[in-house]
Design a binder for this molecule. Structure first.
Ligand code: C5P
Length: 287
């Protein structure tokens, strides 16, 4: 039995360029991973199966289209293995949330079957394969702080980052990525690029998420989430992740983060509030 952690992905910044001829947008994003996410377990079997449980299991598309099964079939094909194994997925990350849930699961499946079949593929090979079926999968294979460019397939790992205590807040609204990019195309506006400097938070404050305005046009509740996070005590950075609807704030310490979590839960009991830490190192290597 092999278990892989599938940490939630968060875009600390997301710069989007003009739509390319391939139907994708060039991006430039600083990506980090939480100490919280889904868990995927694989056991040997005569067939390929996927069983989903956990608090967010309802919203997962099952069947052949599921990204986890597509990833396993792709790896089987590329490595000459039979696509067989029982997969059990415990789903904590909401779907359509800007947290890369499906991509994290597909990436965890690639790492798990890499171990089950004793392929010994390095992570950059798994990432290259995964990027064929989803723009965020390469980043999720690595699951450590990184800068992502191209349409998501070009990865530069970032070393020596701190842990950031943070709060993720999702209003319970699912937002599909494609329509947000389409909305962006109606009025494309590209913000400043992230430029590394001594004051990391200061550098992140300059670099925004270019999908915020289009996502808010589709799901106006995102504005309320951003306002609620901004109204907490001591947020150092408030942003939307990916194409929404999840937003986050970074706090100076875990006590400030937990106080903010309590304040938001009191005002918005229906929202999902996740107190987490953005890991400064790999989120998939046990601490
Ligand atoms: O790659 P993925 O399936 O996650 O992307 C979902 C949709 O988001 C794509 O079909 C495309 O419309 C849009 N997208 C984009 N540019 C990117 C990534 C995604 O336009 N870099």
């Amino acid at each position: 039995m092999i278990t892989e952690f599938a940490p939630a992905k968060v875009n600390l910044s997301l710069r989007v360029g003009a739509l390319g001829e391939d139907g994708y947008h060039p991006v430039d994003s600083i990506v980090v991973f939480a100490d919280w996410g889904d868990a995927l377990t694989v056991t040997p079997s005569d067939a390929l199966s996927l069983e989903v449980s956990g608090p967010m299991s309802q919203a997962i598309p099952g069947g052949e289209d599921n990204l986890v099964l597509r990833a396993v079939r792709l790896l089987a094909q590329a490595s000459g293995q039979d696509a067989k194994g029982n997969i059990s997925l415990v789903k904590e990350i909401p779907a359509g949330a800007g947290l890369g849930g499906g991509s994290a699961d597909a990436a965890a499946a690639l790492r798990a079957f890499n171990r089950l079949w004793e392929l010994d593929w390095p992570l950059d090979m798994l990432a290259g394969l995964g990027s064929q079926i989803g723009s965020d999968i390469a980043a999720c294979v690595w699951s450590q702080p990184l800068r992502m460019t191209g349409r998501g397939e070009r990865i530069r790992l970032i070393d020596d980052w701190p842990d950031f205590p943070a709060l993720l807040v999702n209003p319970g609204v699912s937002v599909a990525t494609g329509p947000v990019f389409a909305k962006f195309d109606e009025a494309p506006q590209t913000g400043a690029a992230f430029r590394p400097q001594g004051d990391l938070i200061g550098a992140l404050q300059v670099a925004t998420n270019d999908l915020t305005a289009p996502a808010c046009a589709i799901a106006p509740v995102i504005d309320d989430v951003l306002a609620a996070l901004a109204a907490t005590k001591d947020p150092q950075l408030v942003r939307m992740s990916g194409s929404g609807a999840t937003c986050f704030a970074i706090y100076p310490d875990e006590a400030a983060r937990d106080a903010a979590a309590g304040a938001i839960r009191q005002v918005q009991p229906g929202w999902h509030v996740f107190p987490i830490v953005f890991r400064g190192v790999s989120a998939i290597t046990p601490t």
